[in-house]
Ligand binder design. Structure first.
Ligand code: ACM
Ligand code: ZN
Length: 547
């Protein structure tokens, strides 16, 4: 009898009754996928994943892969580092023959190959980062099902590397505060899409959210607004105090969490405008002396840091010094957008500073815009001493760019084009294609209240960041990559956040990863249902309709 049961069990295990097929039509689509659908290898519970046992990073990536396969399918693989014959083998190996003196580009350093054949699944990559990207690809190829004991994988060879070295997504946590748990999920979703930069907008008129230990009141008081306007500046207020900030320990926790997922966190302190959170606590830093509320409405405030008060730079250096201590990012974002100059024009301190600096309107750059460039210069020098590069919104062009500034082009692509022509690095995030706070469906009544606009996934998808019709090949080299921005004036809850993000992050991920001749929106749409199954499994919301 025992023998019969054992034979029956063996039969069951040997059948594919609980097997489903893997599908390599994922998002973002790898650079090349050659499939031989006539043959499959069967991945079963109990099979092993081999990796470089001596390397904790390799071990972590193997654990990720194991957990993701189980999460999607129920299949439980074993970690068997030393088993050269394991069904899944992850190893770092050159993906390209280098000529003498040649080094890998950032994109090549993330390259990987997955081969599925009768020996199993062999994953090789130029680096651990590449192995992580490959593991994400394999994860997304898995069927999303429950309690599978086997998955059939068609024989295949997949090779991939990202098109752009910079693949960003921005989240505004200043208009609304999101807890660390949500931010970790945000990082998970960004990593699922192969992003490598999370731009974290931390300070605003409506709240200062970064703890500065030398200035304890800054976050404690500057993060709290007395109430919030309802809707689009209706003049009706909700009467609810609103606040929240991130301690440095929390920031470090997020930095480490993201780093394990090969995402760098770029913090932004928006200066010298968008500063009412700080001005509330330090009214002496404003041209009029205040008092200033932490702003309770939306829009662009006239109240900005005084450019002529030496204490302004002392304040900024204190803040940015601690920021650099907490965030190891090579890039530090200093904002620079939407800084009205009304106050500076009338402020004796600002005007005296302009005179001292000998600033003259040259017909291209106004005195006040040059005054902003003066601040940017000081900040850039300070960050440079700490080995950091400064990013600013495209307004930083208006008073003349600083020596090494990176331009984030948001008011269209013209700022990016101008900066690239001046041989400055550029991140492309224009409102026309990258502002995912805009509505994504034509009919606003079918969506939660938003800021306005209309940016469907198809428009995001159509973005071409290199502007080849305008920029020469040499100039295109200055475009680091594209980024989508999620501002949160109207986004209060995680469900809404992920609804705004997905599937537009899917769309930008193909802009970030795929060659332009690979892109096809209808084909992209056909690959979305599988991703949505995974989102359901991960418990993140998304927009069901895709326009
Ligand atoms: C911006 O959207 N104000 C950069
Ligand atoms: Zn002033």
């Amino acid at each position: 009898m025992k023998k019969i049961i054992a034979a029956f069990a063996l039969m069951l295990a040997g059948t594919t009754a609980f097997a489903e097929q893997a599908d390599y039509n994922i998002i973002p689509l790898p650079k090349s996928v050659d499939v031989d659908a006539s043959q499959t290898m069967t991945l079963r519970t109990g099979m092993g994943i081999a990796y470089d046992a001596g390397n904790p990073e390799a071990s972590r990536n193997a654990q990720f892969l194991r957990a993701w396969i189980e999460e999607a399918t129920g299949l439980r693989l074993e970690l068997t580092p030393a088993d050269k014959k394991a069904a899944v083998r992850m190893l770092v190996a050159p993906q390209k023959k280098l000529k003498k003196g040649e080094t890998l580009t950032a994109q090549e350093a993330e390259a990987y190959t997955i081969v599925v054949d009768k020996k199993g699944i062999s994953i090789s990559a130029a680096s651990q980062t590449g192995l992580f990207r490959a593991a994400q690809t394999l994860r997304k190829a898995m069927p999303v099902a429950k309690d599978l004991t086997a998955v059939e994988l068609p024989f295949a060879k997949i090779t991939d590397q990202p098109r752009f070295e910079y693949r960003g997504v921005m989240l505004d946590c200043a208009r609304h505060y999101f807890p660390l748990e949500t931010l970790k999920k945000f990082v998970d979703v960004a990593a699922l899409h192969g992003c490598n930069q999370m731009h974290w907008h931390l300070t605003e008129d409506q709240g200062w959210r970064f703890e500065v230990k030398a200035l304890p009141d800054l976050a404690k008081k500057g993060s709290v607004r007395e109430q919030t306007v309802i809707g689009h500046n209706t003049e009706i207020y909700d009467g609810q105090r609103y606040g929240g900030y991130y301690t440095q320990a929390e920031c470090r926790e997020l930095v480490n969490y993201a780093a394990e997922r090969y995402i760098n966190i770029i913090p932004e302190i928006d200066l010298p405008g968008h500063m009412m959170g700080a001005l509330n606590v330090f009214p002496n830093l404003g041209c009029t002396g205040g008092p200033y509320p932490v702003w309770t409405m939306w829009g662009v405030s006239r109240e900005v840091l005084c450019a002529g008060n030496p204490e302004t730079l002392t304040f900024l250096k204190t803040v940015l010094g601690e920021l650099c201590d907490v965030f190891p990012s090579k890039y530090i974002h200093i904002g620079g957008d939407e800084c009205p100059k009304d106050r500076w024009k009338e402020c004796p301190k600002c005007q005296a500073k302009a005179k001292e600096l000998g600033l003259k309107d040259d017909g291209k750059h106004s005195i006040e815009n040059q005054l902003q460039t003066y601040i940017n210069h000081e900040v850039e020098k300070f960050l440079g001493q700490r080995g950091r590069d400064m990013i600013g919104w495209d307004e930083v062009l208006e008073g003349g760019l600083t020596d090494n500034g990176i331009v984030m082009s948001w008011r269209g692509i013209d700022g990016g084009i101008e900066a690239a022509k001046q041989h400055h690095r550029v991140i492309m995030a224009p409102t026309s294609h990258c502002y995912i706070d805009y509505y994504q469906l034509k009919d606003p009544s079918k969506q939660p209240l938003g800021i306005g606009g209309y940016l469907p996934a198809s428009k995001v998808y159509s973005f071409e960041p290199l502007v080849p019709e305008t920029l020469s090949e040499e100039e295109q080299k200055y475009i680091l990559g594209p980024q989508v921005n999620l501002w949160t004036e109207y986004v209060l809850y995680p469900q809404h956040l992920f609804y705004m993000l997905l599937p537009r992050l899917d769309a930008i991920s193909e802009v970030q990863w795929c060659r332009s001749d690979q892109k096809d929106f209808e084909n992209f749409k056909s690959r979305l249902p599988r991703m949505k199954q995974l989102y359901d499994r991960l418990g993140v919301s998304y927009c069901h309709k895709t326009e």
